[in-house]
Ligand binder design. Structure first.
Ligand code: C5P
Length: 177
């Protein structure tokens, strides 16, 4: 057990097991686990629901910017499910943000500078009290450059493909490896 609470930043490539590892160490140390990717997914879900995505998948940046100030994103521990769940404007969206519709759009949404600024600010606020494990590609560099512990994860591409494949299969998505 760590005597002093610290910030643990986990960075790395997708589908390497970052979140699985982050959740395990958060549980071990009694730390709060923040899934930064889930925050970008929540913004993407809000964009889809708010009509900021045309039928051809083109994003309306102005609509996303208009809805951004009112978006409230937080995490809540669900004791019966034994997991932290993403909450968007008081609604638990943990499963909805993992669908392929959201996955397909999260990259361009998270590339919007204003979206990143807001998420980074929120993440830094969430980490102010330390005792936190956060994963995501810019966590160790941009969000918590001074984190006491930084871990960068990678894995063989075949392992990464298999992880994502199984993850989507469980959700009933029909995809090939
Ligand atoms: O980790 P996850 O796959 O859920 O992240 C979803 C997406 O959110 C990533 O593919 C990336 O486009 C974006 N993301 C980001 N910065 C982070 C975490 C995620 O841009 N810190």
């Amino acid at each position: 057990m760590l005597s002093k609470k610290i910030t643990i930043a986990i960075d790395g490539y997708s589908s390497c097991g970052k979140s699985t590892f982050a959740k395990a160490i958060a549980k071990e140390f009694g730390y709060i686990y923040i899934d930064s990717g889930a925050m970008y997914r929540a913004v993407t879900l809000a964009a889809i629901r708010g009509g900021a995505v045309a039928d051809d998948g083109v994003l309306s940046k102005s609509k996303i910017l208009a809805m951004l100030p009112s978006l409230q994103i937080s995490f809540m521990y669900n004791t019966s499910a034994g997991r932290f769940e993403t909450v968007l404007n008081a609604e638990v969206v943990e499963d909805t943000i993992r669908t392929i519709a959201v996955s397909n759009l999260v990259s361009p949404v998270s590339a919007i500078a204003e979206v990143r600024t807001k998420m980074v600010r929120l993440q830094q606020e969430m980490g102010r009290k330390k005792g936190i494990v956060m994963d995501g590609r810019d966590i160790g560099t941009v969000v918590f450059p001074d984190a006491e512990l930084k871990i960068f994860m990678t894995a063989d591409p075949s392992v990464r493909a298999m992880r994502r494949y199984k993850e989507l299969q469980v959700k009933g998505e029909s995809i090939s490896l």
